[in-house]
Design a protein around this ligand. Structure first.
Ligand code: ATP
Ligand code: MG
Length: 415
C-alpha cells in the first residue's frame, strides 16, 4: 500500500457509520429539548486564539497542537478543542452582547491533538460539545450537567461516575496558587522540567501533569476547596443541591483541576471504569471570564465536551436491529434494465429503500447480491412479465412469492 492514514487518525467505515449516526442523532434530538442549536466553526483557527483561551502553559498548547505557518506567515492551528472557536464565532457574529448575553449552542466535529495514540486517545478525535452562555446561576451548571447525564443514559451508557469540583473565582485561585507554590518549593528540583517551568507562572498545571514522578510528588497537595470564598462555596453547594434534587448522583473530587486554563468555579468529569486508563468520556466546567478575555462582554458560561470515540467504546456491540424493508430489483435481460431503474426511481420517491445492479447478470448472481446487502424482498422483472405489466415479488424472510402489477408496487410495499 503506497499510502496510509496518518498516525492516530482513523477512517470511519460504513459498517460503523450507523453507530456514529445513532450517537449524533440522539445528541441533536436530546440537546434540542433543552433549547440548544447547532453551530459549526472552521477546523483551523489562529494559534493565538488557543494560547489565549486554553492557556499558553497548558499541555494542550505546549505539546499537543498541530500548528503550522501558512504561506502568508500566519500561525494557524488545527483546533484542539471546540470552545475557543465557538466563542470567537459568537463574538464575531455578535450573537452574544451585553444586551442579550444568553445563547445555547452545541457542536459536533473533529478535534486534533498530537498525543501518544492508544486506546481511547487519538490525534484526530470527535467531540460533541455544548456551550451555555449568559448566566452564572448554579441552575445553569446543574442543567448542563443533567443534560449530559441524561444523554449518556439515553444512548445506553448508565455506568458512569460524575466527579465534581470547584476551582473558585480569581481571588480564590490566587490564594490557592500561593500555597501550591510553597508546597512545590519543597521538592522543586524533583519535578519534571516542564513542571518546574510551570510552577511559578501556572502552578495548577503541575497537578494535571501525567508523569508518574510529578503525580507521586504532588499526592498530598493542598486542595482548592479549602481556599474558596463564601460566594464560591455557596455556588458550589447550590450546584450540588440542585443535582441531588434532580436525582443525578455525583462525588466531590477536590483534586480534579482539568487541563484547560479557562475554567472557573464548577468543573466536572464523567468517567466510566470500562474505558480503562482513558476513563473520562466527557468533561466540562464553567468559564466566566473566557468571553471577556477573548474581547467580548462580561458574559459567563458553562459547557462540556464529550469524546465520541470513547462513548462508542461503551455502547453495546450491536445496536437494536432495524426491521426496515429493503428491496432489491432483479432484472432479466437487457430490455428490462432501464425499466428496473425506472421502477427503483418510483419506489424511492415514496421513500422505499431499494437497490439494483447496473450490469446484466444471471438471476442467481442477483439473488446472491440481494442476500449480501440484507434485502427483505426481491422484485424480479422478466421480459414476459414486463409485457403483461407484472412483476414477481419474493419475500426473502417468509420465502414466499407472488405476482404484483407494476402500478400497485408502491402500495404493495407501503401497506
Ligand atoms: P484526558 O484526561 O483523557 O486527556 P482531557 O481532559 O484532555 O482528557 P478534554 O479536553 O476535557 O479532555 O476533552 C473532553 C473529552 O474529549 C474527554 O473527556 C475525552 O472523552 C475526549 N478526548 C480528549 N482528548 C482525546 C483524545 N486525544 N482522543 C480521544 N478522545 C479525547
Ligand atoms: Mg488530554
Amino acid at each position: 500500500m503506497p499510502y496510509k492514514s496518518i498516525t492516530g487518525m482513523h477512517d470511519v467505515l460504513s459498517a460503523d457509520a450507523e453507530r456514529w449516526q445513532f450517537v449524533e442523532k440522539t445528541a441533536r434530538d436530546h440537546f434540542a429539548l433543552y433549547g440548544f442549536a447547532e453551530i459549526r466553526t472552521p477546523i483551523v483557527e489562529q494559534t493565538a486564539l488557543f494560547e489565549r483561551s486554553v492557556g499558553a502553559l497548558t499541555d494542550i498548547v505546549q505539546k499537543e497542537m498541530f500548528t503550522f505557518e501558512d504561506k502568508d506567515h500566519d500561525s494557524l492551528t488545527l483546533r484542539p478543542e471546540g470552545t475557543a472557536g465557538v466563542v470567537r464565532a459568537v463574538l464575531e457574529h455578535n450573537l452574544i452582547n451585553s444586551q442579550s448575553p444568553d445563547l445555547k449552542v452545541f457542536y459536533l466535529g473533529p478535534m486534533f491533538r498530537r498525543e501518544r495514540p492508544q486506546k481511547g486517545r487519538y490525534r484526530q478525535f470527535y467531540q460533541i460539545g455544548v456551550e451555555n452562555f449568559g448566566s452564572s446561576s448554579p441552575l445553569a451548571d446543574a442543567e448542563t450537567i443533567e443534560m449530559l447525564a441524561r444523554f449518556l443514559n439515553k444512548v445506553g451508557v448508565s455506568e458512569w461516575s460524575l466527579h465534581l469540583n470547584s476551582l473558585g473565582q480569581k481571588d480564590d485561585r490566587t490564594k490557592y496558587q500561593d500555597h501550591l507554590r510553597l508546597f512545590f518549593e519543597k521538592n522543586k528540583n524533583s519535578y519534571c522540567t516542564d513542571c518546574q517551568e510551570r510552577m511559578d507562572r501556572n502552578p495548577l498545571r503541575v497537578l494535571d501533569c501525567k508523569k508518574t514522578i510529578c503525580q507521586e510528588l504532588a499526592t498530598e497537595h493542598p486542595v482548592i476547596l479549602d481556599f474558596l470564598n463564601d460566594e464560591s462555596l455557596q455556588h458550589f453547594k447550590e450546584v450540588q443541591n440542585i443535582l441531588t434534587q434532580m436525582g443525578i448522583p455525583f462525588l466531590v473530587n477536590p483534586k480534579m483541576v482539568r487541563g484547560l486554563d479557562y475554567y472557573q468555579r464548577t468543573v466536572f468529569e464523567f468517567t466510566c471504569p470500562k474505558l480503562g486508563a482513558q476513563s473520562a468520556v466527557a468533561a466540562g466546567g464553567r468559564y466566566d471570564s473566557l468571553v471577556k478575555d477573548l474581547g467580548g462582554p462580561d458574559s459567563p458560561g458553562v459547557g462540556f465536551a464529550l469524546g465520541v470515540e470513547r462513548l462508542l467504546l461503551l455502547l453495546p456491540e450491536k445496536l437494536e436491529e432495524k426491521k426496515n424493508q429493503k428491496i432489491f430489483i432483479a432484472f432479466l435481460g437487457e430490455k428490462a434494465r432501464t425499466e428496473a431503474l425506472t421502477i427503483a426511481s418510483g419506489l424511492r420517491i415514496h421513500s422505499l429503500e431499494c437497490e439494483m445492479n447496473y450490469e446484466v447478470k444471471s438471476l442467481k448472481s442477483q439473488m446472491r447480491r440481494a442476500d449480501q446487502i440484507g434485502s427483505s424482498h426481491v422484485i424480479i422483472l422478466g421480459e414476459d412479465e414486463l409485457k403483461k405489466g407484472m412483476a414477481a415479488v419474493r419475500n426473502l424472510n417468509l420465502k414466499t412469492q407472488e405476482e404484483v402489477s407494476l402500478q400497485s408496487l408502491v402500495n404493495y410495499f407501503k401497506k
